[in-house]
Ligand binder design. Sequence first.
Ligand SMILES: NC(=O)c1ccc[n+]([C@@H]2O[C@H](COP(=O)([O-])OP(=O)(O)OC[C@H]3O[C@@H](n4cnc5c(N)ncnc54)[C@H](O)[C@@H]3O)[C@@H](O)[C@H]2O)c1
Ligand SMILES: [Mg+2]
Length: 345
Amino acid sequence: MLQSFKLFFNCNLVLSRSYSGYYVSRVRYLKRLKEDDEACREALKSGNFLLYHKLSPLLRKTSNGIYTLASLKTSDLEHILEKVGKDKHFVNESFLLGCTDKGEPQFSLEVGDLDRSALEQECRGMFVDLRKAFFMLPGPESPLAAKGQALLRWHQTNCFCSATGQPTIRNQSGSFRVCNSSGITYYPKMAPVVIVLVSDGSRCLLARQTMFPLGMYSALSGFCDMGESVEETLHREVAEEVGLEVENIQYSGSQHWPFPQSSFMLACHATVNPDKTQVNIDKAELEDARWFTYEEITEALRKPPLDPRREPPVFWVPPPYAIANQLIQEWANQQQLSRKLHGLE
Ligand SMILES: NC(=O)c1ccc[n+]([C@@H]2O[C@H](COP(=O)([O-])OP(=O)(O)OC[C@H]3O[C@@H](n4cnc5c(N)ncnc54)[C@H](O)[C@@H]3O)[C@@H](O)[C@H]2O)c1
Ligand SMILES: [Mg+2]
């Protein structure tokens, strides 16, 4: 028994060491591609490309009916570009995203100036709005689709220097743009947002904005003001939006969020005094905010992500790719545990 445990332990150690070695070499390779234009140009020759048409990613339906992000090899992409009347050197306009599990470089390319249906036909895929694509793609592909779009959007909206009005020039990987006139270097930006699931011990507080899909409630959120800490933003946003004072802040995780223009979501849990739970909603920000019981939450978590073609149910929570879902899931797990401890389940 002890021996088999040792064997298992040693195997895992070897595996984790080789994995970490692979991870280090992968990130160092990417760092070189980011900084070295010549190395990045070379990598473009054996790249994998995600295509976007006016920021909508190209998806493909597999033989078993699952949608996936379409990834094209350099030679296939060059061939397709030539077929739709574009010079094959257009691949050099791509931006570096990362690399695949096999260590192959990945790029995103905006092809919005080219004929959409001709491209869809040549690529055997379709360009889908990212908000819809999120519902269609398997879990790990959603963040990649989001990153590709975010990088393209940032470059499209940062073509000029805000100090001189002169054009900014990208490096080959797209990790920055520089204004040769002012010397200012611009790096892709995310706006920090705090998202918090507030609990009174037995219920959690969810809210909805008028712009949310019908029936969807989410955790409270808000952009950080200049100079604020995560804790300060969290206290302020909860006070502004629902008039409550929170305590016991616990960090849960983070996520890049491409809407509206690249946010960096910092997710936390917090509690309120169970005797002070009366919400006072800022109607300019929120349409509604309500306390939900454990039973209501577990039922909402069991529902499949909303199918846009179906009637929305009365109450549902954001789907698993949104960090709000993670917070709600964690809260439900913690409630379940404490119910078990108190013999309620
Ligand atoms: N991934 C998730 O699970 C999840 C869940 C909830 C919200 N979000 C995202 O968080 C973002 C912020 O949440 P919110 O709407 O509650 O924020 P919020 O409560 O701060 O209100 C938004 C308003 O803040 C102002 N604002 C201040 N700084 C801004 C900036 N840098 N960019 C844009 N507007 C700014 C604008 O007037 C805007 O209308 C939303 O865009 C939403 O997409 C993500
Ligand atoms: Mg808000």
